[in-house]
Design a protein around this ligand. Structure first.
Ligand code: UD1
Ligand code: CA
Length: 528
């Protein structure tokens, strides 16, 4: 598992490279209260995918420009990588203005000033490191001042169009097809609108050119914004080279502006994650229905049945089997674990060789030790179930510490809550709990004890004892037959009728076991 993660690290950062990520815009087209770059894809804020690429390439630092919900974006990006410098763009005056805010960050130490910058939109989570490396290679080969990443789309609406010198012939490979400018969708003429080559929002720009060019931007355009894209035409006018790398597949170029695009990106990222784990030796019976978050790690020879959801920072070991309909969030699961159908597991740890399900609900703080078993309709919370212990049926175990080799009978309930506070239940090694037991916490059951079925445990039980709290059983011979006879004769009705009372007042003679009537009046000997 570790190996797989480290593969990314093999290629080193690029000398002299600074990276700027624009993440200040709100993203109105998302129709959301949440700022766009914090929308999650495969359980991870979209900006972090871009940040991953940036951090692997940058050798002179990464600046993230924040604005809308800046404090939240700051927390997310600083939490992901401590080398990130967050820069505030107080007012969102456009992408050019956004990049300009990073000047001070990169100028502070003249010896560490980047020779080149990679500029990324915070809303292009599908972009890969390999593509940005390719873009840098094109930039270097062509000795360009600005290099833009482009893609040809069937529907280019909404994107900036890449205007080439001889655009009609460009697709046939005309000789001089150099990029002249980028025109935003809202500013494009009818002619320009027809262009299908779009700006993907990823750029390489020379260090000495970038900030002086941004100083010269003006907002005379349809949106009244400072467009970063205008530096392309500026470079051309200065006789500098502008290069472009056109993506073969459009996936990577997708900027997320709407929920429809968010959903499309989710599909792509989920597919990449599945492919990664299939290649790493995980079996998926129906890969398309395996729903695996970006932060999940899965060991070799683990098998996922259809419709499994693995979320958050879940880690699963080797040779573990996860059956259908299981949802696991932020859990650590060992090797050779079997999880049967329809379990919901959150914030818990399951050690090697344990067996769970079907229909188990683990809430945060559960620790299931080696070879332990948790079965049908068992809910657990903040509870440790010791090695080899079993809770196989219909139980609630909360705030409990359960030792090794314990049997938790069907229908056991830890009564951990008195309406105000929660209390702990301790069940020591080798305790046998009969079925339908209530444990009124705080309470401790000593090692090796037996709790009789149906017991309500209210006091601590010393080791190796029997605890039993049941009402002595009474058998009333003939009672049922007599009742049937009365029902047949119509002398017994329902509910509170006099004849009903007659029946319930049938009395047992303790000595003879015979029943007699008490004329509907209650008395000491009244039946239970
Ligand atoms: C931008 C490009 C467009 C390109 C498209 C690719 C410009 C002017 N246009 O358009 O050519 O085809 O991306 O997806 O650059 N942002 C800020 N501060 C601002 C404005 C934006 O940080 O003042 C950030 C946004 O948060 C976002 C990114 O910059 O992450 C792009 O902004 P967005 O408004 O989505 O630009 P587009 O209109 O999509
Ligand atoms: Ca965009």
């Amino acid at each position: 598992m570790k190996q797989l993660r480290d593969e990314h690290m093999i290629q080193s950062s690029i000398p002299g490279l600074g990276v700027i990520i624009m993440a200040a815009g709100m993203g109105k087209r998302m129709q959301s209260k949440l700022t766009k770059v914090l929308h999650a894809i495969a359980g991870r804020p979209m900006v972090l995918y871009v940040l991953d690429v940036a951090c692997r390439l940058a050798d002179r630092g990464v600046a993230v420009i924040v604005g809308h919900q800046g404090a939240d974006v700051r927390k997310v990006v600083e939490g992901a990588d401590s080398r990130v410098v967050v820069v505030e763009q107080a007012q969102q005056l456009g992408t050019g203005h956004a990049v300009l805010q990073a000047r001070a960050t990169f100028s502070a130490d003249p010896r560490r000033r980047p020779s080149r910058y990679v500029i990324l939109n915070g809303d292009t989570p599908l972009l890969t490191e390999a593509t940005v490396r390719d873009l840098l290679a094109v930039h270097d080969e062509q000795k360009a001042t600005v290099t833009v990443l482009t893609a040809v789309l069937d529907d280019a609406a909404g994107y900036g169009r890449v205007i080439r010198r001889r655009r009609d012939e460009w697709l046939q490979g005309a000789a001089d097809n150099s990029v002249q400018k980028i025109v935003e969708d809202k500013d494009a003429s009818e002619d320009e609108c027809a262009v299908r080559e779009i700006n993907a929002g990823t750029y390489v720009v020379d260090g000495e050119f970038l900030f002086p060019a941004l100083d010269k931007l003006n907002p005379r355009n349809a949106q009244g914004e400072y467009y970063l894209t205008d530096i392309v035409q500026m470079a051309v006018e200065q006789g500098r080279t502008v290069a472009a790398l056109c993506l073969r597949t459009i996936d990577e170029g997708v900027g997320i502006n709407s929920r429809v695009q968010l959903a499309a990106a989710e599909r792509v990222i989920r597919q990449r994650i599945r492919d990664q784990w299939l290649e790493a030796g995980v079996t998926m019976q129906d890969p398309s229905s395996a729903w695996i978050d970006a932060g999940v790690v899965i060991g070799r020879d683990t098998v996922l049945y259809p419709n499994v959801t693995l979320e958050g920072r879940t880690v699963i070991g080797e040779d573990t089997t996860v059956h259908s309909g299981v949802r696991i969030t932020d859990c650590v699961i060992g090797n050779h674990v079997e999880i049967l159908d329809h379990c919901v597991l959150r914030g818990s740890q399951i050690d090697d060789d344990a067996r769970l399900g079907p229909f188990v609900h683990l809430r945060p703080g559960v620790l299931v030790r080696r070879k332990a078993k948790v079965g049908n309709f068992v809910e657990m919370k903040k509870t440790e179930l010791g090695e080899g212990s079993k809770a196989n049926h219909l139980s609630y175990l909360g705030d409990a510490k359960i030792g090794k080799g314990v049997n938790i009978g069907a229908g056991t309930i830890t009564c951990n809550y008195d309406g105000a506070h929660k209390y702990q239940t301790v069940i020591e090694d080798r305790v046998f709990l009969g079925s339908d037991t209530q444990l009124i916490a705080p309470v401790t059951i000593g090692a090796g004890s037996v709790i009789a079925a149906g017991t309500t445990v209210t006091q601590d039980v010393p080791a190796d004892s029997l605890a039993i709290s049941r009402v002595t059983q009474v058998n009333r011979a003939g009672w049922a037959a007599k009742r049937r006879a009365m029902l047949a004769a119509g002398t017994v009705g329902g509910g509170s009728s006099p004849s009903h009372r007659k029946l319930t007042s049938l009395k047992v003679d303790k000595a003879s076991g015979k029943t007699s009537h008490q004329n509907g009046k209650s008395s000491k000997g009244r039946s239970r």
